[in-house]
Design a protein around this ligand. Structure first.
Ligand code: NAD
Length: 424
């Protein structure tokens, strides 16, 4: 019998618990009232719908769809819609709360939400996905709205699905309302700068953190996990700022060149090679697990959650981690990373460039006006830089990690607003 490689060990964390463990620490530092704590930990609304869809072969399949609105205290709720077989209510609840904190930390006037449908979009035809998206929008049209809850793309969805969602919502209301959703194609009111926005925010926060750590970007070696939208844009923009990207990766594995990888070449190769880096020349191949432990100055996990876990956290050699992905560091690994003196720019700050430009898309739609890409970038850079400085200051003030500081900033803002608004 052949040797079967064991599955990678990782901290299996319930995503809601993982979010709550950080929330609890920040709440304790803030001395949050029990009542406010209870309000902020409970999602405002959880909707589960069943969606019968006619498949191409004439059969009817029933899908389950979710939308969780965690909070509307700061404004209409905002968050993506995920199409994936692993979607479940606990995950959607956690991601919705994450969105509340993310919007609050960058100070944009939104609450948090998340949605999803349990399905495998890779096994469905475009027609089936369109009918599923329209059915979901119909069921959720009382939840969604430009002043209520504004969806966006997430895993398994993109501009195409957002166009269908906007169209179906507009039909239900009898008029075109493009501000109900962001991440739309440009011709439907999408924003310039949205595609690169998250990677750009990663670059801005990475440079700000490097400045604090006195790491010269021109001498910095950076490893980036994930070469999709976030990872490849972060790589390109950091390379433009003088850094040497010595490792990149995707599902096919990780690729290393100590002298630095030419990112434009890697992007061109990926685009010609069906989205994969497999076979990219001039690099040594290692595993994604090995990439985490490389001897680099900066590590950017920009693929998936829980890749830095309790078993490999002590082996991280980078002095700085910038979380392009959502939840790449498990809650159990947090303290190991901190004790090792590694600075970690948390996801709710590092990848908030995306939601910031989504907000600009909504603003432009409501103005009926288009901004230049230059204006979008300038304004989002300013927002992200200000948020970083604010979180950094709070981390010094409370003597906590940037992650807990980001939660403190966010929770404080939402709690104060809640106190002004009041309840029943
Ligand atoms: P994407 O689908 O464009 O790219 C994902 C990349 O990660 C691909 O290169 C894929 O091959 C790689 N990957 C997938 N599984 C992997 C694995 N097990 N090991 C190594 N690599 C793997 O996705 P994206 O939009 O770049 O999102 C990446 C992360 O960033 C996700 O956690 C997402 O939630 C988060 N994020 C994205 C945005 C955005 O605007 N796109 C905003 C905020 C956060």
């Amino acid at each position: 019998m052949g040797y079967i490689e064991p599955a990678p060990i990782k901290d299996k964390e319930n995503p809601f618990e993982s979010m709550m463990s950080r929330f609890r620490i920040a709440a304790q530092h803030l001395g949050l009232d029990d009542e406010v704590y209870d309000v902020l930990k409970s999602p405002t609304r959880q909707v589960i719908v069943s969606l019968p869809v006619t498949m191409d072969d004439g059969s009817i399949k029933v899908f389950e769809g979710y939308r969780v609105v965690h909070s509307t205290i700061l404004g209409p709720s905002k968050g993506g819609v995920r199409y994936d077989m692993d979607v479940n209510i606990d995950e959607v609840k956690a991601l919705a709360a994450w969105m509340t904190w993310k919007c609050a930390v960058v100070d944009i006037p939104y609450g948090g939400a998340k949605g999803g449908i349990r399905c495998n979009p890779r096994e469905m035809s475009p027609g089936e996905i369109e009918r599923l998206t329209r059915a979901y929008t119909q069921e959720m049209h009382e939840v969604f709205g430009p002043d209520r809850d504004i969806p966006a793309p997430d895993m398994g969805t993109g501009p195409r699905e957002m166009a269908w969602l906007m169209d179906e919502f507009s039909r239900a209301r009898g008029m075109t309302i493009n501000s109900v959703v962001t991440g739309k194609p440009l011709v439907l009111g999408g924003s310039l700068g949205r595609t690169e926005a998250t990677g750009r925010g990663v670059m801005i926060t990475a440079l700000a953190a490097m400045e604090r750590l006195k790491i010269n970007p021109y001498q910095a070696k950076i490893a980036i996990q994930g070469f999709g939208n976030v990872g490849s844009w972060a790589a390109r923009l950091l390379e433009e700022r003088g850094a040497s990207i010595t490792a990149i990766s995707d599902l096919s594995g990780a690729y290393v060149n100590e002298k630095g990888i030419n990112i434009d070449d890697a992007i061109a190769y990926r685009d010609k090679n069906n989205g994969s880096l497999e076979g990219f020349a001039g690099v040594a191949k290692i595993t994604n697990e090995e990439l985490i432990e490389l001897d680099v100055d900066v590590l950017v996990p920009a693929a998936k959650e829980d890749v830095i876990h309790s078993r490999n956290a002590a082996k991280v050699k980078a002095r700085l981690i910038v979380e392009g992905a959502n939840g790449p560091t498990s809650a159990k690994a947090d303290s190991i990373v901190n004790d090792a003196g590694i600075m970690a720019v948390p996801d709710i700050l590092a990848n908030a460039g995306g939601v910031t430009v989504s907000y600009f898309e909504w603003v432009q739609n409501r103005l009926g006006y288009k901004w230049t890409g230059e204006r979008v970038n300038r304004r989002s850079d300013r927002i992200i830089k200000t948020a970083f400085n604010n979180v950094y200051r709070v981390s010094q003030e409370y003597n906590v990690s940037l992650r807990i500081a980001a939660y403190i900033v966010a929770i404080d803002k939402v709690a104060k607003t809640y106190k002004y608004r009041g309840g029943f």
